[in-house]
Design a protein around this ligand. Structure first.
Ligand code: SF4
Ligand code: SF4
Length: 326
């Protein structure tokens, strides 16, 4: 048997995502050469000409690991996730959208009908006088054209198939990707179900943590776009929403180092079930007032609290995760 055949087979696939996770693989730069030396990429439609049939041709469990990024919104994504699960020994949810539903999961705030009406009828840039909406089947004089059904809600990957590991982040940073691939190659993995990132919260590793007082008290919520924050000051202590207390570390503090507060893309640590609720509870505890009206006015000044506190985790939140699938 040739050496090529002995390499573990690896698949990459994307579902509802922006493509940033695929870029993250390319961001491995020259390290990707080491990686492809050790693995056999058998499916990566965004980069190479593979077809669904190629995956179907493998026996069950023949693929060592499938890295699946993106949330599940369409019937095609569901079908591919199920197929890759069947053919793979391990499935890794790759990136925030696959891990928690991510930004596509914010669409769960609206019904599918409202979303279609907005995108296809109401947007001023649209020209759709016949109000045509996407159909799963359309008859044309050249035959039937089909599109995958769009489901009623967006799901995280583990809401449709069993997931073995999670690589968090929007997108996962190259060092975590390399560590994960290394751990898989060396069969040196943590218990099934683990998130392949540290268990500490971002505040524990943040370069600004020394400026975070033991007890933060704020009288006002400041918007980052309208506030100048010195590069060594804790955002939250300055009244700017920073999701650090409710977010897992491991990203290399990418946003903080760019003088932007954390938006929570790594999701919560395993001690926290609902990232948005955890942050809301942290925020209410630092409001410096005993007056109900004043507290309400301060909290009301947060623009789009659901979009902010659940930016990456709405589809996996306690309130939203038990929705009908279709
Ligand atoms: S709240 Fe944000 S800025 Fe402050 S220590 Fe935590 S992560 Fe750093
Ligand atoms: S600072 Fe927060 S939002 Fe930014 S990359 Fe890290 S975990 Fe994600």
């Amino acid at each position: 048997m040739s050496e090529q055949k002995l390499k573990p087979k690896v698949a990459f696939y994307w579902c509802a995502s922006c493509g940033g996770c695929e870029e993250a693989v390319v961001d491995l730069a020259e390290d990707i050469l080491d990686v492809v030396e050790k693995i056999d990429i058998v499916f990566w439609p965004v980069a190479m000409d593979f077809k669904k049939q190629d995956v179907e041709n493998y026996s069950n469990g023949e693929i060592a690991v499938s890295f699946i990024n993106g949330a599940i919104r369409t019937e095609e994504q569901l079908e591919m996730a199920r197929l890759l699960r069947k053919k793979s020994q391990l499935v890794v949810a790759f990136g925030s959208c696959s891990h928690l539903g991510g930004i596509p999961g914010l669409a769960n705030l609206y019904s599918r009908e409202d979303l279609f009406d907005t995108y296809y009828n109401k947007l001023p840039s649209n020209d759709n006088p016949r109000k045509i909406l996407p159909l799963t089947e359309t008859e044309t004089d050249k035959g039937t054209i089909t599109l995958p059904e769009i489901h009623r809600t967006v799901k995280a990957l583990n809401q449709v198939i069993n997931v073995d590991y999670y690589l968090p982040g929007c997108a996962p940073p190259p060092d975590l990707i390399l560590n994960a691939i290394q751990a898989i190659l060396e069969n040196n993995l943590p218990p099934l179900g683990s998130v392949l990132a540290p268990e500490k919260s971002l505040c524990d590793t943040c370069p600004r943590k020394d400026s975070k007082p033991d007890k933060i008290l704020i009288k006002k919520i400041n918007r980052i776009s309208l506030t100048e924050i010195p590069p060594d000051k804790c955002f939250l202590a300055e009244g700017v929403i920073c999701m650090g207390p409710a977010t897992r570390s491991g990203c290399g503090e990418r946003c903080i180092n760019a003088n932007m507060p954390c938006r929570g893309c790594f999701g919560p640590t395993s001690a926290v079930e609902d990232q948005g609720a955890k942050f809301l509870s942290a925020l209410t505890s630092i409001i410096d007032s005993e007056d109900e009206q004043e507290i309400k006015a301060i909290l009301d000044s947060v623009i789009d609290p659901t979009g902010l506190f659940y930016m990456y985790s709405l589809a996996s939140s306690v309130k939203r995760k038990y929705q009908d699938f279709k």
